[in-house]
Design a protein around this ligand. Structure first.
Ligand code: AHM
Ligand code: MG
Length: 337
């Protein structure tokens, strides 16, 4: 622990070591992986903060594999995270939103497979709105097989051994879970350390906020239209009408949902018949966090973390947040199916 202004502060490093010590058989490899991500997050946070003055903000002219414009910061974040994971030789393969295929790292025998969205919400970069990094960690099951295959990464979200996000907002926050509750750290830029600010965080069972891009209203299913109407109706007993909040950066919208409760929805629509958000590096890790905090995440029918992936970049609709809100939307979806 370090002592700043007579306050006993626990850093991310110390917290990881303390957590590891609770498991005598632990090899320390997952701890190292989390430290690597923490280091890359500090470097990305520094660049995000000074993006305006160093002119790395905005388009670099190229497109990612989904045909979307790629900003320079996306590429920077991708490189930082991948090289941090490569250095410690415990990750064999990375799948990132910025790369078409899998990225095989130097350690072919590495124990972990990591999915990354290096900089989510990148359309918000040039207007100085919060963005985030998301990570999701799986154990490589076929370690005896020297050949690394893309299929090794097709694991359902329930197999995640760790997941988390970094939110570059008014402060930089790192939130992660290893399946034993959710811990939140805030970056203190004056000492360059992530400081523990909350452990075992719980999402409210019910929240009075709904979060959805209402621009695609006309192509929603009837059940969803009815549910959003329900959110807007007046009923003091259930706190309605709810407030509408939509940042357009999933990490920021989910962080608010974690703290204040409510629901975040990205449904399928005419423009996105399978939903827009990616199962493996957006929906699964954020569902793991929300579930660990006591919330729920579904595609409308199936629990997100039980969906069986068959492509590394596959998309899914998502309804995620406080248990009561998610249960209510599912009732509407079922009733008007
Ligand atoms: P990105 O990975 O290309 O940044 O896209 C994902 C983002 C999410 O952060 C956000 O929830 C969503 O796209 C917003 O989409 P829309 O602008 O269609 O509402
Ligand atoms: Mg993304």
């Amino acid at each position: 622990m370090i002592d700043i202004n007579n306050k006993r502060l626990v850093t991310l490093e110390e917290y990881i070591i303390q957590s590891q010590n609770r498991f005598p058989g632990a090899t320390g490899e997952l701890s190292q992986l989390l430290r690597d991500i923490g280091l890359a997050a500090k470097i990305i946070s520094r660049e995000v903060n000074k993006a305006g003055i160093t002119n790395i903000l905005g388009l670099d002219g190229s497109k990612n594999i989904h045909g979307e414009s790629v900003k320079k910061l996306d590429l920077f974040a991708d490189e930082q995270l991948i090289s941090a994971l490569d250095r410690s030789l415990i990750t064999c393969m990375v799948i990132s939103e910025e790369n078409d295929g899998v990225v095989k790292l130097s350690s072919k025998g590495g124990k972990y497979i990591v999915y990354l969205d290096p900089l989510d919400g990148s359309s918000n970069i040039d207007v100085n709105v919060s963005i985030g990094s998301i990570f999701s960690v799986y154990m490589r099951e076929a370690r005896y097989n020297p050949e690394l295959r893309e299929e090794d990464a097709f694991q359902p979200g329930i197999k995640q051994v760790a997941a988390g996000y970094v939110l570059y907002g008014s402060s930089t926050i790192l939130t992660y879970t290893t399946g034993l509750g959710v811990s939140v750290f805030t970056l203190d830029p004056s000492i360059g350390e992530f400081i523990l600010c909350e452990r075992g965080i719980e999402i409210p069972e019910h929240g009075a906020i709904y979060s959805i891009n209402e621009g695609s209203y006309n192509s929603w299913d009837l059940g969803l239209k009815k549910y959003i109407k329900y959110c807007q109706e007046e009923d003091p007993e259930t706190g309605r009408p709810y407030s509408a909040r939509y940042i357009g950066s999933m990490v920021a919208d989910i962080h608010r949902t974690l703290i204040k409760g409510g629901i975040f929805i990205y449904p399928h629509s005419k423009k996105y018949p399978n939903g827009k958000l990616r199962l493996m590096y957006e929906c699964n890790p954020l569902s793991f966090i929300i579930e660990q905090a006591g919330g729920m995440a579904t595609d409308g029918e199936t629990r997100i973390m039980e969906l069986k992936p068959d492509a590394i970049h596959q998309q899914t609709p998502i309804y995620i947040g406080s248990k009561k809100n998610v249960e209510t939307v599912m009732q509407y979806l079922e009733e008007y199916a």
